[in-house]
Structures are given as structure tokens and as C-alpha cells.
Design a protein around this ligand. Structure first.
Ligand code: S3P
Length: 176
């Protein structure tokens, strides 16, 4: 199977780290958000605006199942994918599930660009920190229970990828 799945809140570095990790392992990299956008031929903000969040979540769920069929792959899922317990269970069984964390200041900084993340753009400029804190609290349990977790706040994506690689290699040696 050789599947590594990165989960975590928006701005924790899933896509950047995933790309580096895939390159180091010689695996394919798949970003679930991009897979949804390609299937729908439009951007996520556009899907949210025209069809609503429930429609996006349905597509996200279907395509999470599809990408989990692929082998030798690093998959970055969206920040909200694991809020659905069936998705979380699927990802836990499909491969090594890795949780990326970051503190609120880091998330705020990394998600500053508006127009890209509809779940945060709903909040006003001043309300963005509160919106992040609120969602983090709401999703706390969803991000728990991974095979490995790493705080990405003060290290580079390269270092995050190296930390994950060490975990993967240690597991591989243990089972050799
Ligand atoms: C979402 C996170 C986004 C994307 C969508 C909803 C969320 O993914 O799936 O905008 O609910 O946290 P990233 O975490 O890759 O930004």
C-alpha cells in the first residue's frame, strides 16, 4: 500500500510538506482539495458559493475514497476532511495517518490570504483569530488519534518532512 496521509487544520503545512515528502520517497503526491477542484472543474470557493458546504463535503468524501485506492502515494487531505468520522476511519485504515499541528498565530499568518478558504472567509477581518480558535476547539478530537503527530509552528516544511520520514523508517525497521 505505501500510503501516507497528512491531516490537520488549514495552514499547518500539509500540502508543502506532502510535496517534499513525496519527492523524498519517490511517491506520487495528491492534494485532495486539488482532486476535488479538478473533478468539479472549478475552485473550492466557487463550489462553496454556488453549491454550499454540504455539496463540497459530499464530493470530498467520494474522492477521499478514490484516492485511498492509490499506492505509493502521499495524500494531503483538507482541513475539514477528518471531521467526518467515516472519513477519519477510512484514512486510519488506508495508511499511516499523520497529524500536523500549529499554534494559532502561525495558522493566522499562513492563512492570511483571503478568498482561498471559505470556512475562514465567513469571519470578518477582526474575527479571523476567533474563527480559527473556535474551529480548532470544535475539531480538537477530529485531529487526535493519528499514527504520528508533529507541531509545524517553528520548523520548516523540510524539517517536518524529515520528522515524518524518521517515523516511517523506524516503523519499517521494526517490522523488517
Ligand atoms: C477546509 C480546508 C481547506 C479546504 C476547504 C475547507 C476546512 O483545505 O478543504 O476550504 O474546512 O478546514 P486546506 O486545509 O488544505 O486549506
Amino acid at each position: 500500500m505505501n500510503r501516507i496521509i497528512l491531516m490537520g487544520f488549514m495552514g499547518t503545512g500539509k500540502s508543502t510538506t506532502g510535496r517534499i515528502l513525496a519527492q523524498k520517497l519517490g511517491y506520487e503526491f495528491l492534494d485532495l482539495d486539488k482532486v476535488v477542484e479538478e473533478a468539479e472543474q472549478r475552485s473550492i470557493p466557487d463550489i462553496f458559493e454556488k453549491e454550499g458546504e454540504a455539496y463540497f463535503r459530499q464530493k470530498e468524501k467520494e474522492l477521499a475514497r478514490a484516492v485511498c485506492q492509490r499506492d505509493n502515494v502521499v495524500i494531503a487531505v483538507g482541513g475539514g476532511t477528518v471531521v467526518d468520522p467515516e472519513n477519519k476511519e477510512l484514512l486510519l485504515c488506508a495508511g499511516k495517518l499523520i497529524a500536523l499541528y500549529a499554534d494559532v498565530d502561525t495558522i493566522l499568518e499562513r492563512t492570511r490570504t483571503e478568498g482561498a478558504r471559505p470556512v475562514l472567509d465567513k469571519a470578518s477581518e477582526t474575527g479571523r483569530r476567533e474563527a480559527i480558535e473556535h474551529l480548532l476547539r470544535e475539531r480538537r478530537d477530529a485531529y487526535r488519534g493519528a499514527h504520528f503527530s508533529i507541531d509545524t509552528s517553528h520548523i520548516s516544511p523540510q524539517e517536518v518532512a524529515d520528522g515524518i520520514l524518521r517515523f516511517i523508517k523506524a516503523g519499517a525497521e521494526k517490522h523488517a
